[in-house]
Ligand binder design. Structure first.
Ligand code: NAP
Length: 236
């Protein structure tokens, strides 16, 4: 029987890479994002356009998408918003609220919909970030949201002992997020920007498909960790 997979944020970057690799391997893949990925749909992706910042419309669209699936082998909560690199003091509250909505609260209602109708889920991997630990200046709402995501995953792990949960930092991936970060001018306030610029185009920052292959290899190994923990692929 083919693997049944659900991935959020499939229109670009890591989520696109994961969906592409799973589809190539014959998995049944359900995915959502705001922008449609026609090439993945042509490959067989079951797709719905869902804006994770819009809970009211999003819940219904997502529920309809997953309705035919009675179980998932793996759910990958990948979609996220980075926002601008700037000091907390310069970041509008509305921007922080939207980051929390997409990166944290949407994952709460996504999980609630996924577990509804007695749906069985073997494994949940929430894509976290080293930013959840580092709290580097300028990473404002993104860092807060990823730290909160780690805790959300731990809390769900306590409630759902039949499902294995991990919050996983994927390492650096050459995606639109990194395109934005590495195109910023050097700024002494935000030293990680120089590290990212140096990593771009090297093995330290693989493209999304290479990273997806590495993650897919690693997912079974996550099952050996305690459910609910934060892990970093670079340290596994
Ligand atoms: N790239 C890195 O180096 C890196 C490092 C550490 C962690 N991560 C994490 O890896 C994951 C993937 O990031 P990425 O680099 O691949 O980013 P990306 O290329 O910007 O892709 C983000 C994905 O999330 C979706 N998304 C964003 N806002 C959404 C919304 N409101 N509603 C629905 N979907 C939304 C986007 O789709 P639409 O725009 O079509 O909606 C897109 O498919 C994220 O969780 C990120 O935090 C990335």
């Amino acid at each position: 029987m083919s693997l049944k997979v659900c991935i959020t944020g499939v229109s670009s970057g890591l989520g696109h890479g994961l969906a592409k690799v799973y589809l190539e391997r014959g998995a049944l893949v359900y995915g959502c994002s705001r922008r449609e990925p026609p090439e993945l749909i042509a490959q067989g992706l079951r797709y719905a356009s869902v804006d994770l910042a819009n809970t009211k419309a999003g819940v219904d669209a997502f529920a309809q998408l997953i309705q035919p699936a009675s179980y998932f082998d793996i759910v990958i909560l990948n979609a996220a918003k980075l926002g601008k690199i700037r000091d907390m003091a310069d970041t509008p509250l509305d921007d922080l609220r939207e980051t929390m909505e997409v990166n944290v609260w949407a994952n709460k209602w996504l999980l609630d919909r996924l577990f509804s109708e007695s749906r069985r889920i073997e494994q949940v991997v929430a894509i976290s970030s080293g930013a959840s630990q580092s709290g580097s200046r300028g990473w404002n709402g993104y860092s807060i949201s990823k730290a909160a995501l780690n805790m959300l995953i731990k809390l769900y792990a306590g409630e759902r002992p039949q499902t294995h949960f991990t919050a996983l930092a994927p390492g650096l991936v050459d995606t639109a997020m990194q395109e934005y970060l590495t195109s910023l001018p050097e700024d002494l306030r935000y030293p990680p920007l120089n590290i990212l610029k140096a990593a771009k185009g090297t093995d330290q920052m693989p493209d999304s498909e290479s990273c997806a292959r590495r993650l897919i290899e690693a997912f079974p190994r996550l099952l050996k960790l305690q459910s609910g923990v934060y892990a970093d692929i670079r340290k596994l």
